[in-house]
Design a protein around this ligand. Structure first.
Ligand code: FAD
Ligand code: GLY
Length: 383
């Protein structure tokens, strides 16, 4: 006979998304239990990321995803302050901005087009000559043909962010269980009643699936999405030690690599984008491509010592949009599919999910992100 626990809400997955949603629900006064499959939370994509808060650098056109990303960026200064007040952990929000580099005519044209639609939308995007770009970052290559400064595309240290979210949720009384093993839903009459996990029954009227790239790998009943709706996109990363430690101050991006300088002198270099299933390995070819992109942008970095290499899996939804909201099972919610912007999207996801759970009107239309957009496929996949 299984022992029983009762709580208000269960969150599955302890990455930045699950942790931030748990924190927001707890702040709304709910009792929250979080299950993480690994030995500790925050060790997957949320740990592997570069921490760029880059709606403008990442987007090629306006749209619902861009608006969500921009809204989340605006929440970051207050989010960082709150986390520091709650935990003492500084997530190192850096606001020097991002420099996009062009090395070819085609890349120059791409920056011209990006600037046009972004300034048209009222955003700041300042074109720079190569000379002006090197005035801002003197170590940039002599071979750049043009640059765009995005003063509002920032960065945080995502590993510190996960630490801060773990500390915040723990202190707020979220009940965190690691090594969670298989989790099965309890669904009765179209409504979630809780889950079985760790050999026990956990009763709750609300369950949030925030299992990142694995969200569609669990019991399909728990996800209520077709198995192919979320898949992993592999990214390889490496770090260098800058000498001096402030050799770069901006995030620097080209079409071949991005360089993210941390306050402690590490330079985070990313990233490959590989559709290779759940295989996770750092390869010679991946590292070679990243280093070539690095040295092309800042030749002096060829002399800097290598730090770590690592990798992670970005959760990508079939239609490239995050999956946020209630499924066709009452009380069963999803928060996944954040792909290349999950660090950026953490605060807006938490706010939006808490609003939806509490039946408050969110600040943004949640409909484009609803899991219900997959319901037809789900019914076909499981019929
Ligand atoms: P994850 O961090 O993967 O967390 C999911 C958690 O669920 C994991 O801890 C996992 O163990 C757990 N889990 C899985 N299955 C189960 C189960 N059955 N039961 C319980 N727990 C389970 N985003 C940005 O905004 N800026 C960036 O610069 C950036 N750079 C990136 C670079 C790389 C190389 C990668 C890989 C990603 C990057 N991203 C970036 C994207 C961002 O990291 C992700 O979108 C974000 O971390 C997703 O968070 P998550 O909590 O959904 O997933
Ligand atoms: N947003 C950076 C990446 O996904 O690599």
């Amino acid at each position: 006979m299984l022992s029983h626990h009762t709580t208000d809400c269960i969150v599955i997955g302890g990455g930045v998304i699950g942790l931030a949603v748990a924190r927001a629900l707890r702040r709304d006064g709910l009792r929250v239990t979080l299950f993480e499959r690994n030995t500790q939370p925050g060790g997957e994509a949320s740990w592997a990321a570069a921490g760029m808060l880059a709606p403008q650098a990442e987007a090629d056109a306006p749209g619902v995803l861009f608006s969500l990303c921009a809204a989340s960026r605006a929440l970051y200064p207050a989010f960082a302050d709150e986390l520091r007040a709650e935990t003492g952990i500084d997530i190192e929000l850096r606001t020097e901005g991002t420099l996009l580099l062009a090395f070819t005519d085609e890349e120059v044209q791409h920056l011209v087009e990006k600037r046009a639609w972004q300034t048209g939308a009222g955003l700041r995007a300042e074109p720079l000559t190569p000379f002006e770009a090197r005035e801002r970052e003197p170590r940039l290559s002599e071979t750049i043909r043009g640059a765009l400064h995005l003063p509002d595309d920032w960065q945080v240290d995502n590993r510190r962010l996960t630490q801060a979210l773990v500390a915040s949720t723990f202190r707020a009384g979220v009940d965190i269980h690691c090594d969670a093993g298989d989790i099965q839903p309890i669904i009765e009459k179209g409504r979630i009643r809780g889950v079985t996990a760790l050999g026990k029954t956990w009763h709750a009227p609300l369950v949030v699936n925030a299992a990142g790239s694995w969200a569609a790998r669990m019991s399909p009943e728990l996800l209520r999405l077709p198995p192919a709706s979320v898949r992993p996109i592999h990214g390889q990363m490496l770090s260098l030690h800058m000498q001096p430690p402030d050799l770069l101050r901006h995030v620097v991006r080209s079409a071949r690599a991005y360089l993210v300088p941390r306050r402690d002198g590490r330079l985070i270099v990313g990233a490959t984008v590989e559709d290779v299933g759940f295989t996770k390995q750092v390869t010679a070819g991946g590292v070679a491509r990243l280093l070539a992109g690095t040295i092309e942008a800042v030749p002096l970095l060829a002399d800097m010592p290598l730090g770590e290499t690592w990798n992670g899996l970005r959760p990508l939804a079939e239609d490239d949009l995050p999956i946020l909201g209630e499924t066709d099972v009452t009380g069963l919610f999803c928060a996944t599919g954040h792909y290349r912007n999950g660090i950026l999207l953490t605060p807006i996801t938490a706010t939006l999910m808490a609003d939806l759970v509490a039946n408050r009107t969110p600040s943004l239309d949640p409909l484009p992100f609803s899991p219900l957009r997959f319901s037809k496929d789900m019914n076909q996949a499981h019929s």
